[in-house]
Ligand binder design. Sequence first.
Ligand code: GAR
Length: 210
Amino acid sequence: MIKSLNLGILISGKGSNMEAILKAIRKKRIPIKPAVVISNNPDAKGLEVAKKLGVPTEIIPSKGFTGTRWEYDQLIIKCLEKYSVTPKTGLICLAGFMRIISPEFIEKYKNKILNIHPALLPSFPGLHAQKQALDYGVKYSGCTVHFVDSGVDTGPIILQEIVPVKDGDTEETLSKRILAKEHIAYAKAVKLVAEGKVKAINMASKNQGH
Ligand code: GAR
C-alpha cells in the first residue's frame, strides 16, 4: 500500500463535487487525507460544507487581484504547501474552480491535478458545456474526469460517465442529471489515483496520427 496522499480541493461555488469526494473519504472509500479546501470566491457555498465536514478552508480572493495569473497561482501553491499538498505528497482536485490555471502551476504539479468537466470530452470543452451539448443535438452527454494539462479541458482521461439526453431537456434538467453522475465519477477517479491504479503517461505521440 502506498503512503496516503494529502488532498487539496479548489472550488469557486457550490462545491457539490467536493462534498461527494469528502464524504467518500469519510466513509473510508478513498485512502487519501483531506488536507484543505481553497476557494477563490469568499462567498462560495462549498466553504461552509467543507467546514461542517471538518476540513480546513482557505480563501484566496481572485476578484481585484492585480498581479499575473502565475502570481495568483503562487499564492495557491504557498497555501497548498502549508497543508503539505506538494507535488510529491499531494493531489489536487479542481471542483468547479472557475479559473484557468497557469502553465507554471500545471508543470509544477504535473499529473497531480484532476479536473471534472460536465461533458464527454473532447466534445464541448469550456463554459456552458451542457448547453453546448443540447444546442448540438447530441443524444448522449455525460462527464469526464481527467488529468489537467496546459489546454482548456484537455489532458489524459481517467474516466467518463454517460448521461442520455432526453426529449424536452433544458440546460437545467440536463445539468442536474449530469451533476449526479459527476459525484460518482469524481470520487471513483480520486480513488483510482489515490490507490495508484492509474497514472498519466506522456501522451505526446497520441495526437500525431498514430
Ligand atoms: C460542475 O458541473 C463541474 O463539472 C463544472 O462546474 C460545476 C461545479 O459544481 N466545472 C466546469 O464546467 C469546469 N470546466 P460544484 O461546485 O457543485 O461541484
